[in-house]
Design a binder for this molecule. Structure first.
Ligand SMILES: [Zn+2]
Length: 95
């Protein structure tokens, strides 16, 4: 069975701690502008090193990403093992 890397579940306490640390804003950098992603909704806590690749639940391996950036990262990780063609979602901040 094929599993994605992003299915490991964090506790609510950990999620809240990371969101507070990151001021409830996506921590990704916009490639176009070089500025921090302005998204403050649809936020998800991401494992920088995927849990499936030995990443931990330590704060230094966790960061806040908006749904869009989290999706992009998950897709990039999946694409390492297989070729996937899917329509590109638009970032809400760029609409
Ligand atoms: Zn973002």
């Amino acid at each position: 069975m094929w599993k994605t890397g992003g299915t490991h579940t964090l506790t609510d306490a950990t999620r809240k701690r990371i969101l507070n640390r990151d001021q409830h804003q996506c921590t990704a950098t916009m490639r176009d502008t070089g500025r921090r992603c302005p998204a403050t909704s649809n936020l998800e806590v991401d494992h920088i090193t995927p849990y499936s690749q030995g990443g931990t639940d330590q704060d230094n391996n966790l960061r806040t990403l908006c749904h869009w950036h989290h999706l992009k990262k998950t897709e990039a990780e999946a694409a390492q093992g297989r070729q996937a063609k899917r329509p590109k979602p638009k970032h809400p901040a760029m609409l």
